[in-house]
Design a protein around this ligand. Structure first.
Ligand SMILES: [Zn+2]
Length: 152
């Protein structure tokens, strides 16, 4: 199960719409506790696949390194990645599985139909490099943990 705040969930979906007709991509930071995966931050990344950005994505390695450092400084981990599928279902592609190497991480996919975000699904990468697969994972959307603005 992937637990994510409504704000982060909405942001991922907004980015999917904003990048249309290209794919957006990003990194998800969070915590792991007894199988409970909680998102603390989403980091928008550049899609380095300028040759085929409408149906491929690639996160620049230096952004992954920067995200790892940020996660470490917050005593957190990279717990997943997200990208979008313009005018395609939120089902992972063969390429998505081939290019996924972070075992135990969530791969979140948002489908965008004619510029509007529709379904968002998550898959957990399990196994090993020669025998890997994606398992469908439930997304739990929770109320924002921190109030926006200050009352009183
Ligand atoms: Zn994909």
């Amino acid at each position: 199960m992937l637990r994510i705040s409504k704000a982060d969930y909405d942001l991922i979906r907004w980015e999917a719409e904003h990048s249309y007709p290209n794919e957006c991509c990003g990194i998800i930071l969070g915590t792991l506790e007894g199988g409970q995966r909680t998102v603390t931050m989403t980091l928008k990344c550049e899609n380095a696949r300028s040759d085929a950005a409408h149906h491929r994505y690639s996160i620049p390695p230096e952004q992954v390194v920067a995200a790892l450092k940020l996660a470490r400084s917050r005593a957190e981990s990279i717990i997943g990645f997200y990208h979008s599928h313009p005018d395609c279902p939120p089902r992972y592609s063969t390429t998505d599985l081939t290019e996924a190497h972070w075992f135990g991480c969530s791969y979140v996919i948002t489908s965008v139909d004619h510029g509007r975000a529709s379904a968002t699904d998550s898959y957990l990468l399990v196994g090993s490099e020669d025998r890997k697969k994606f398992l469908a994972e439930e997304i739990e959307i929770v109320a924002n943990s921190q109030p926006i603005g200050v009352a009183l």
